[in-house]
Ligand binder design. Structure first.
Ligand code: ATP
Ligand code: MG
Ligand code: FE
Length: 336
């Protein structure tokens, strides 16, 4: 199977060519970060327009890099949700046009499912079942992946997503968008024990998350420092905030893995790129004899290769999307 995969759910126009789902022949990512930076976040209208401007070039570049022609493509995969509707529609329409013109099967893919599949590309021997900690710009989920395409959500955030918290705190600290990598970098210069921010473990036994209390605590800390005219150490705040997020993510994932008797944890989503999270989770997994997997940075944040991998497994399982497939901005995992 030669899959052409397209991802345009947010601010990356990405196209990948894969062989048999797990072998990436190319994975081209055109980021729009520069266009959105001046606004401090993604502007949906700008995102859609940029995707339209970029999509054909990115498709051609992906084919060229893979040394594959249109006629050699046998399968198309595309993200159809969750994400920004206007952005999703660009990739979805291109994918449908290609599937129709070449008369080849199409599979719509859930973007979050795609993030988990990045692990199958990173480690070609990885097989379910495993526990996945999905931490991205819009999601924070603990998901038991029982088999390909079979998921059980064990816990999720009740308010902000982990990446969203990183981005909001970065903004309050005057860092540029996207804030996650900025905080990661700045935290290395700070003291993680400087300020004791709250950790929300919620009720005993809960695997849900909550980051809004932590966000308020950091904002209150900043405000009170400003009001008193005291010096603000941004590196210490970044490090202490990051530590609070990472500690809760790590301890919940470990406790969940132990309770369920699962010996493999796979990190997924943009926040999986966080160096402190990788570090702390690696250390804790080692202590608990749990195997930890995480994708490379390029496969952690948005990319089409992960979508192609997930789409290929759907195809192999006999699923096929129709050409009237629509974008679903709030698509939930396990629903498609
Ligand atoms: P979703 O996948 O939930 O639809 P998204 O696609 O916008 O949302 P991703 O691309 O998966 O999100 O991840 C982007 C998020 O990851 C942003 O919030 C960004 O700040 C965060 N992020 C990226 N790198 C790091 C890092 N090193 N440390 C912390 N957060 C990071
Ligand atoms: Mg992005
Ligand atoms: Fe994403």
């Amino acid at each position: 199977v030669i899959t052409l995969a397209i991802e345009t759910s947010c601010d990356e126009t990405s196209v990948s060519v894969l062989k048999n789902g797990r072998q990436v022949l190319s994975n081209v990512i055109a980021s729009q970060i520069q266009q959105h930076k001046i606004f401090g976040g993604v502007v949906p209208e700008v995102a859609s327009r940029k995707h339209i401007e970029n999509i054909n070039q990115v498709i051609n570049k992906a084919l060229l890099e893979a040394n594959v022609t249109f006629n050699e493509v046998t399968h198309v995969a595309t993200t159809y949700g969750p994400g920004l509707v206007g952005a999703l529609l660009v990739g979805l329409s291109a994918a449908k046009a290609i599937a129709y013109a070449l008369d080849i099967p199409l599979n719509g893919v859930n973007h979050i499912e795609g993030h988990i599949y990045a692990n199958f590309i990173e480690d070609i021997n990885l097989e379910p079942p495993f526990l996945s900690l999905v931490v991205s710009g819009g999601h924070t989920h603990l998901i038991l992946m029982k088999d390909y395409g079979v998921y059980e959500i064990i816990g999720k955030t009740r308010d902000d997503a982990a990446g969203e918290a990183f981005d909001k705190i970065a903004r309050a600290l005057g860092l540029s968008y996207p804030g996650g990598p900025e905080i990661d970098r700045l935290a290395k210069e700070g003291n993680k024990d400087a300020i004791s921010f709250p950790r929300a473990y919620l009720e005993e036994g809960s695997y849900d998350f909550s980051f809004s209390g932590l966000k308020s605590a950091v904002l209150n800390h900043l405000n009170s420092k400003r009001m008193k005219g005291e010096n603000i150490n941004r590196a210490d705040i970044a490090a202490s905030f990051q530590e609070a997020v990472v500690e809760v993510l790590t301890e919940k994932a470990i406790a969940c893995g132990k309770e369920m008797g699962i010996n493999t944890i796979c990190l997924a989503g943009g926040v999986a790129a966080n160096s402190r999270l990788r570090n702390m989770l690696s250390k804790r997994c080692q202590e608990e004899s749990i195997i930890l997997k995480y994708p490379s940075i390029k496969l952690s944040t948005d990319n089409a290769a992960m979508i192609g991998c997930a789409g290929c497994y759907k195809y192999i399982k006999g699923f096929k999307s129709e050409l009237d497939l629509n974008a679903i901005p709030n698509l939930k995992i396990g629903e498609g």
